[in-house]
Design a protein around this ligand. Structure first.
Ligand SMILES: [Cu+2]
Length: 122
């Protein structure tokens, strides 16, 4: 009995991971940033998940969390040492300092939600 549960759990985990990779690729969009960008936190992905932003300019990201799972409750910019709590159903602004050109990942604390900022010199 317990073996069955473990096996089913394993299959479920694989299904979730496969689904997440598929979904995160299909929904990735490049957005040319203004000063403030809205990001939806929903169904295991940030939307949009790939942002092109100008380097050297402070930037505000406005996260709106629709996902009630604890997985989504924090957003972490590991490269920048910035994190923020995302209250459910509310919009939380995260202000980033001017960035050097390069790539910056942002994730939930478990790395399931994944997004990427690409800062380019204007
Ligand atoms: Cu997570």
């Amino acid at each position: 009995m317990s073996e069955t549960i473990v096996t089913l759990g394993g299959i479920a985990a694989i299904a979730v991971i496969a689904w997440w990779f598929w979904l995160s690729k299909s929904k990735a969009e490049h957005v040319n940033a203004q000063q403030s960008i809205d990001i939806q936190v929903k169904d295991g992905v940030y939307q949009p998940a790939a942002l092109e932003v100008p380097a050297g300019q402070a930037l505000t990201l406005r996260f709106t969390r629709h996902d009630a799972t604890p997985c989504a409750e924090k957003v972490v910019f590991g490269d920048l040492g910035i994190s923020a709590d995302l209250p459910l159903g509310k919009t939380q602004s995260v202000t980033l300092p001017p960035l050097n050109p390069g790539q910056y990942e942002f994730t939930c604390q478990m790395g399931m939600y994944r997004g990427r900022l690409v800062a380019t010199q204007a």
